[in-house]
Design a protein around this ligand. Structure first.
Ligand SMILES: [Zn+2]
Length: 418
């Protein structure tokens, strides 16, 4: 089999699943029909390779290749997620899962018999597109989200997470921490498309002297910026757009709009990121002044002090403007993910094994970030020529994807064949 052949075959199989004909983007939201198709595909890949397949209590899927030395804490796990954001790209998530199976094929082709158990994982509901909280599958497993909190999650149609899981054929009563499973794992390595242009940029951090060109096709993560989601409720007063004098209005849209601009400015000044990417309006009529505007802020920064300061400034700005507009502002923190420093020993070992691959941080959250609190965790990034992600335009070169598979196989061989 030529290098990457199994990658291409799997990639083609998965490509049409959950893709919108209208936008070309993916809608593989957790516990939907498209998600079920992705999960069936995962299971088929496991069975085609005679890997031991299992779904854990939180709906995460695993495919195990047993090693001769299966002592607790010895397993090496790789994988990512198959769900998507609304109109997401093809690569965010699936690249890591497809590359994981392809890397096992590559090891098989090399005649490598891993001593340590190896597994491929597909974490459930990584993007949080449906229930508003990212990394639900890994958070539950790691005990960073309680079953009680998870049971409160609802989608935009009011369907609870347990109901959605049940409808998809998964027992929601079983969700909860999974320390025994995590205790089997000695290292987790997640391959992911880079969600930015650090590897593609002209000034990409160079690899070590004499590093091969692949050093820029593949990089190693140093850290994940701390990040969080906040819901801003701007409450004003509904009224007639044609008869209410401007000075008599309590229009929350004004406060919201001003807050969006303030968020951008505060983030720019602090070297952080702040985005209002989702908004809901009541009553949502063209000829009605809104009574309520609800906007969701996503903010990230290099360190937690900066993040807290930026969000506090945005809240202050919203409150000040709200006072002028006669609008009440309430802010609810919906999620917070602390800074993640990936295990230095594992990170350095991988970078060295890959011939001095560049080491770079990211602003995007991942299951690897959640698990890093429990087990040594690392990430590989594959070059993204445009840096675009969470969009149908997300892309990676085929050669870079194959380089990613080889790099992952090198890393797994290094870690699982001591
Ligand atoms: Zn992802």
């Amino acid at each position: 089999m030529r290098p990457g052949a199994s990658f291409h075959q799997m990639w083609r199989e998965l490509l049409p699943v959950g893709r919108s004909a209208a936008t070309g983007g993916y809608r593989r939201h957790a516990w939907t029909g498209a998600d079920a198709e992705c999960r069936a595909w995962f299971r088929a890949q496991a069975e085609a390779r005679a890997l031991a397949y299992e779904t854990d209590r939180n709906g995460n899927q695993w495919a195990w290749l047993d090693g001769s030395d299966g002592a607790a804490g010895n397993a090496v796990v790789t994988g990512s997620h198959l769900d998507s954001v609304p109109d997401g790209g093809a690569f965010d998530g699936p690249l890591g899962v497809v590359s994981a199976f392809a890397a096992l094929d590559e090891l098989h082709g090399r005649g490598v018999r891993p001593a340590r158990p190896l597994a491929v994982v597909n974490f459930a509901d990584e993007e949080g597109a449906r229930f508003g909280l990212a990394c639900v599958g890994s958070r539950l497993a790691a005990g960073q989200l309680t079953p009680e909190q998870a049971r409160e999650l609802r989608d935009d149609d009011g369907v609870s997470l347990p109901r959605a899981m049940e409808r998809a054929g998964h027992d929601p009563d079983a969700i909860g921490p999974d320390p025994e499973r995590l205790a089997r794992i000695g290292a987790f390595v997640e391959l992911h498309i880079e969600q930015g242009r650090n590897l593609a940029a002209e000034d990409a951090p160079p690899g070590a002297a004499g590093a091969p060109a692949a050093g820029r096709a593949v990089g190693v993560a140093s850290a994940i910026w701390p990040h969080g989601r906040w819901r801003f409720d701007f409450r004003g007063e509904a009224n007639h757009a044609g008869t209410t004098r401007l000075e008599d209005r309590r229009d929350p849209m004004l406060t919201y709009a001003n807050t969006v601009l303030a968020a951008r400015k505060k983030a720019r000044l602090a070297g952080a990121l702040a985005t209002f990417g989702k908004v809901a309006v009541e009553p949502n009529g063209v000829n009605a002044i809104a009574s309520l505007v609800r906007g969701w802020l996503d903010s990230r920064a290099p360190d937690e002090e900066t993040l807290a300061a930026v969000v506090a400034e945005i809240e202050r700005s919203a409150a000040e403007r709200g006072a002028r507009d006669g609008v009440r502002v309430a802010v609810t923190r919906e999620s917070a993910t602390p800074v993640v420093e990936f295990a230095h020993g594992l990170r350095d070992r991988i970078a060295a094994r890959l011939g001095g691959a560049p080491v770079l941080p990211t602003g995007a959250g991942h299951d690897a970030g959640i698990l890093s609190a429990e087990i040594p965790t690392a990430m590989l990034f594959v070059r993204n020529p445009t840096g675009v992600s969470h969009s149908p335009a997300e892309s990676a070169e085929e050669d870079d994807c194959v380089a990613g598979v080889r790099a992952l196989a090198d890393v797994l061989e290094d870690l699982a064949c001591p």
